[in-house]
Ligand binder design. Structure first.
Ligand code: GLU
Ligand code: MG
Length: 445
């Protein structure tokens, strides 16, 4: 959509306000709202803002930044009603000299996509976002009380969760996101929404949109939605598995080779090998919180070990069986370690950089593992050369610090700031005295 079309649509939609949005390095949505009267000027000249207080953005001296709306991202926020009806536009950030700002996560993904394009590829991603619906308790202090006690794929039409899922799907569809499926997940109150794969930039915009839309719709029903990776000790965590493939300039899927037993081409194997090689560093970006590592444990269908396979949900990378009929186009590899607390722009940029590194170096992955890896003991793991993902955020950050490929994809500014901010998060956590420690030690020591 072009600028003129956006102006016309805003008029037809009876929009009063425009929310100009972008994300900080954590993927948190930031916005400035302008009256619709300012839309034409914002589209033409951009909008000044002070970037100095945004995580990962400018230093104080470079605080006069400019937001330029991407007209293709126009969407009415469906929970806003006249006279306050609001549309959002996702923006790119520019520095005071008018150059694309190096710390803008959306820019970093665009740069990675440009690298792939230079090699002749487009990067498609299809994220599966899991989340929990908890009862709102009206208190400032939230407690995780599941909204229901249903399980995987359960059908309970009169149940609030299925109504909320439908409302979420309708809200997302009205914002241009094609929801392919929504279902109850394994955990009590746990849900999943999947939408159609698209180029990685469109998908990353959609993940950001989906997170706040789900929160807004849930809130209207007195619930709260959380994308925290592991909100409850004895229940499944929430992942954001990402289906990935590369497309040639003419659109055909270069991951497909019908002659291979897994229908994977050499390029696909290279890509998988690259992600496996960088997996321990990649974890710090795709599973970016202290809590992320409480999800990556055996027994809950989240990956722990760096291996790949077809039927194996304990593997880091899974090759989903393609449906008869849409064979070639649907060949893909599913990376299972990401969770929905990740910044999707940085996550997709790092995933792509790791995969392309595998292609550049013509790396090949080890043999697939089709057994349940959770059941392997340490000797078995060692004899099969299977390495684990990091067990903590700190371990992941140590790996990330040494990863030159992800460093190059992020650029120095963001790479440094990201490590610094995440180390701070770890240090804050590390000094906490938890209720587990009190229970374990207070009496006996
Ligand atoms: N919730 C699981 C995870 O943390 C995944 C379940 C599934 O296979 O969809 O990754
Ligand atoms: Mg799932």
């Amino acid at each position: 959509m072009k600028a003129e079309a956006v102006l016309a649509r805003a008029g037809e939609d009876g929009v009063s306000f425009i929310s100009l949005q972008f994300t900080d390095i954590f993927g948190t949505v930031k916005n400035v709202t302008i009256p619709v009267a300012g839309l034409a000027s914002a589209l033409e000249h951009g909008m000044n803002f002070d970037g100095s207080s945004i995580e990962g953005f400018a230093r104080i001296a470079e605080s006069d930044m400019v937001l330029r709306p991407d007209p293709g991202t126009y969407a009415v926020l469906p929970w806003t009603m006249p006279p306050e009806r609001t549309a959002r536009l996702i923006c790119d950030a520019f520095d005071p000299q008018g150059r694309p700002f190096v710390g803008d996560p959306r820019r970093i993904l665009k740069d990675s996509l440009a690298d792939a394009a230079a090699m002749g590829f487009g990067f498609n991603t299809g994220p599966e976002v899991e989340f929990y619906l908890f009862k709102g308790n009206g208190e400032a202090e939230l407690t995780p009380v599941p909204q229901d006690h249903a399980g995987y794929f359960d059908f309970s039409p009169r149940d609030l969760a299925s109504q909320v899922r439908n409302r979420i799907a309708l809200a997302l569809q009205s914002m241009g996101i094609a929801v392919e499926a929504a279902h109850h997940e394994c955990g009590p109150g746990q849900q999943e929404v999947d939408f159609r794969y698209a180029d990685a930039l469109t998908s990353a915009d959609a993940v950001v949109t989906l997170r706040y839309t789900i929160k807004a719709v849930a809130q209207n029903d007195g619930l709260y939605a959380t994308f925290m990776p592991k909100p409850m000790l004895h229940a499944a965590g929430s992942g954001m598995h990402v289906h990935q493939s590369l497309a040639a300039k003419d659109g055909h899927n270069v991951f497909d080779d019908r002659n291979d037993p897994y229908h994977l081409s050499r390029l696909a194997y290279n890509f998988i090998a690259g992600q496996m090689m960088h997996a321990r560093a990649l974890a710090a970006v795709v599973a970016p919180t202290v809590n992320s590592y409480k999800r990556l444990v055996p027994g809950y269908e989240a990956p722990v070990y760096i291996c790949w396979g077809q039927i194996n949900r304990s593997a880091l990378i899974r090759i989903p069986a393609s449906l008869p009929g849409n064979g070639e186009t649907s060949t893909r590899c599913e990376l299972r370690c990401p969770d929905p607390s990740a910044n999707p722009y940085l996550a997709f940029a790092a995933m792509l950089a790791a995969g392309l590194d595998g292609i550049r170096r013509d790396l090949m992955p080890p043999a697939p593992v089709e057994e349940n890896v959770y059941e392997f003991d340490s000797l078995m793991l060692r004899s099969r050369d299977i390495v684990s993902l990091p067990g903590t955020l700190e371990e992941a950050l140590q790996e990330l610090e040494r990863d030159e490929v992800i460093a190059a994809a992020f650029g120095e500014h963001t790479f440094r700031r990201y490590l610094e901010a995440k180390r701070q998060e770890w240090d804050e956590y590390r000094i906490q005295v938890s209720s587990w420690e009190i229970g374990r030690y207070l009496r006996v020591l």
